[in-house]
Write a protein that binds this ligand. Structure first.
Ligand SMILES: Cc1ncc(COP(=O)(O)O)c(C=O)c1O
Length: 446
């Protein structure tokens, strides 16, 4: 089509042009799940149905949807300052938000680097780790250790340390020099546990084996999620993170917690690091920092790490990394308003207090057809279903469709696991409603 004609033509509003991420495009486009608006605990579809949100969007809308103070802050900011250069320039809210986040983070996790997503946060964290060793004269420390069943976003760094085969197998050899800890899940010894399983701290000892294989002098960092979310809600076994911390300390290896999901109240604390009493060297965040309203991610580092970079001539850039939209004004405004709201409504404490009720309600699904395991931690539950004989993932996929189209609830499925992670404003009645609906869905796909 000629350019002039293209400019005046009306584009068809069909579903083909949009290639959707992490979505079965053909199945979706046959029976679309289209959302028009949202408020508090609910989504409203384009055909006017009201769905309870069992997933806080994608584990991100922790304050609930379209909360007035956050909406107003974004609107005000858009009218005041649309954008300021992120390099060699800044705007005051960026510093204010960095201060607020470092005050929430434990110990001397005092310096915040902003980006726009969890994937960027992970790649930033890995680059900080490599560069930190380099600036200290330990440039041989280049290996990065992830974990099987880990999810760290979709950047090349993130998929390299990640442990999900489908996310890795199409993309070549990825980063060199990466190794993986084993996953911490063992159904035979952990099934139907509320909170952190008693069994499994020893999985951390595998790090000693990896160190023995490669030598500590080649290893820069270990990255783990305190609770693996995307591969089905796998809480860290009791003592596991403490043991990882000890082994990392012994060998001078940096410990990175990927808190993209666990940050901002999901486990009843500002960060999971606090729940477990383990201070990582570097921590990522995203999602809940703006309650999903404006894209934002970031990395928090301990004081000595930041200080290691603050050397040399003062006019020279210390860390050659950053994004055009790092600390975007709209994201900062949304972040500040979101943190205010979390504090005002005590939402992290609320998640902590609701955890036993949520866990009991989740375990109420035990005994339903095909339920193989249920795991809970904070306001999060994972429910494993048995696969149908004709294909892995088919039953959970059918459950998601059934939930959306027939039971008026938004659930998330990953593999054969239903993951439930409602906004932290969820009421006790709504917890009951969510699990009643999920029970109906599980029966329907039996
Ligand atoms: C632990 C973890 N890290 C990183 C990411 C990637 O975040 P994003 O999708 O914002 O890039 C996710 C997303 O779910 C995540 O759960």
């Amino acid at each position: 089509m000629a350019t002039a004609a293209r400019q005046t033509s009306i584009a068809p509003n069909d579903l083909e042009a949009y290639w959707m991420g992490f979505t079965a495009n053909r199945a979706f486009k046959k029976a679309p799940r289209l959302i028009a608006r949202a408020k508090d605990m609910h989504y409203f579809t384009t055909d006017g149905r009201k769905l309870i949100d069992g997933t806080a969007g994608l584990w991100c809308c922790n304050a609930g949807h379209n909360r007035e103070p956050i909406v107003a802050a974004i609107q005000r900011q858009a009218a005041e300052l649309d954008y300021a250069p992120a390099f060699q320039c800044a705007h005051p809210q960026a510093f204010e938000l960095a201060n607020r986040i470092s005050a929430l983070a434990p110990a001397d996790l005092d310096h915040v680097f902003f980006c726009n997503s969890g994937s960027e946060a992970v790649d930033t964290a890995l680059k900080v780790a490599l560069a930190y060793h380099a600036v200290r004269g330990e440039a041989s420390r280049t290996r990065l250790i992830g974990r099987e069943r880990g999810y760290h976003g979709v950047g090349f760094g993130g998929i390299s340390v990640g442990g999900i085969v489908a996310n890795r197998k199409m993309f070549g050899t990825l980063l060199a020099g990466v190794d993986h800890l084993p996953a911490t899940y063992d159904r035979a010894n952990q099934a139907f546990t509320k909170g952190e399983p008693e069994f499994g701290a020893h999985f951390a000892d595998e790090l000693e084996r990896i160190v023995a294989l490669h030598d500590a002098s080649t290893i820069a960092a270990v990255i783990v999620e305190p609770m693996a979310g995307s591969t089905g809600v796998l809480p860290a076994p009791k003592g596991y993170l403490q043991r990882l911390r000890q082994i990392c300390d012994k060998h001078g290896i940096l410990l990175i917690f990927d808190e993209v999901i666990t940050g901002f109240g999901r486990l009843g604390f500002p960060f999971a690091a606090e729940r477990y009493g383990v201070v990582p060297d570097i921590m990522t965040f995203a999602k809940g920092v703006t309650s999903g309203t404006v894209p934002m991610g970031g990395v928090v580092v301990r004081k000595p790490i930041y200080e290691a970079f603050m050397r040399g001539p003062e006019h020279v850039v210390e860390f050659c990394h950053g994004y055009t939209y790092s600390a975007h004004p709209l994201a900062c405004a949304a972040g500040l308003a979101t943190l205010d709201l979390y504090r005002r409504e005590k939402l992290f404490e609320r998640a902590y207090q609701l955890e036993p009720k949520f866990a009991d309600a989740a375990m109420g699904l035990k005994g339903l057809p095909n339920v193989l395991d249920i795991r809970t931690v904070g306001l999060t539950a994972g429910i494993d279903l048995a696969s149908q004989p004709d294909g892995v993932g088919k039953r959970a996929y059918a459950a998601m469709e059934r939930a959306f189209h027939d039971e008026e609830i938004m659930i998330r499925v990953t593999g054969e696991t239903i993951a439930l992670t409602p906004p932290l404003i969820v009421s006790e009645d709504e917890i009951g409603e969510i699990f009643d609906k999920v029970a109906k869905v599980i029966r329907a796909v039996a």
